[in-house]
Design a protein around this ligand. Structure first.
Ligand SMILES: Nc1ncnc2c1ncn2[C@@H]1O[C@H](COP(=O)(O)OP(=O)(O)OP(=O)(O)O)[C@@H](O)[C@H]1O
Ligand SMILES: [Mg+2]
Length: 239
């Protein structure tokens, strides 16, 4: 049997910011692929290009050049967006960033359920799946709260529920456990891993939490915009 189609395949993605003496080449010819169900940690110092790479993969921030396929479909060709980026984001991608970015005037439950409703999931099923994922993240008792009525950690858990509820093919997470305590942070990483395996999603997760690195399959390391995909394999090992 041939290999499964990669969940994400990137070739020569580059990105700069600024001009003249503010010019920064934040990503230099990044090339890699991630299989469905694979969990990859992206490691690198502050300012190395981690968020830049995640926002390019999330079709939020266009690269200067490069090619990108998600689920075998071209989404960036020679630096230009191909197809309906909004639709691809909604159907195939999930995001958790350092800040939760919840919609401030919707409750926790509505923030999560909205993702399913935008995808025409029947109301009864949407309510059920939303409740289930809020429960697994330990925030079901805050379902009716607005984001501003939640702690930072609770907001982040709701954001994680929102990123997983529609079973994306690629989950992009930028330090999702940074605002959570140790035990919960690990539980969240386990949930990300479970989601990847059960739903065939690829996960790319920026994390500085080395306690959770035994839960990932591979590590990518980035420095000054240069991506090294041959990072030390961390299963059972200490870095
Ligand atoms: N909008 C922007 N305008 C100009 N420069 C930017 C912009 N965003 C990022 N940069 C620069 O690009 C480089 C990569 O930034 P990026 O945010 O990707 O780093 P990071 O690895 O996510 O860092 P951190 O761990 O601190 O979040 C840095 O030198 C940063 O100063
Ligand atoms: Mg960052």
């Amino acid at each position: 049997m041939s290999d499964p189609i990669p969940a994400v395949q990137a070739r020569s993605l580059s990105k700069h910011y600024g001009e003249g003496n503010t010019y920064v080449l934040a990503l230099k010819e990044a090339t890699f692929q991630i299989a469905p169900g694979e969990v990859v940690a992206l490691l690198g110092p502050s300012g190395s290009g981690k968020s830049t790479l995640l926002t390019i993969l999330g079709l939020i921030n266009p690269p200067d050049t490069g090619w990108l396929q998600v689920g075998g479909v071209d989404v960036i060709r020679d630096g230009a967006a191909v197809g309906d980026a909004n639709l691809i984001r909604r159907r195939n991608l999930g995001f958790v960033f350092q800040r939760s970015n919840l919609i401030p005037f919707l409750t926790a439950e509505e923030n999560v359920r909205l993702v399913l409703e935008l995808d025409d999931v029947p109301r009864r099923e949407a309510v059920h799946r939303t409740r289930e994922i809020l429960e697994s993240l330990g925030v079901a008792d805050r379902a009716s709260h607005l984001p501003m009525q939640l702690s930072g950690g609770q907001q982040q858990r709701v954001a994680i529920a929102r990123a997983l509820v529609h079973e994306p093919s690629l989950l992009l997470a930028d330090e999702p456990t940074a605002s959570l305590d140790k035990e919960l942070g690990r539980r969240v990483m386990e949930l990300l891993r479970t989601a990847a395996i059960e739903r065939g999603a690829a996960v790319l997760i920026v994390t500085h939490d080395h306690r959770a690195l035994d839960l990932v399959d591979r590590t990518f390391e980035i420095e000054d915009g240069v991506l090294d995909t041959e990072g030390a394999k961390v299963h059972g090992a200490t870095l």
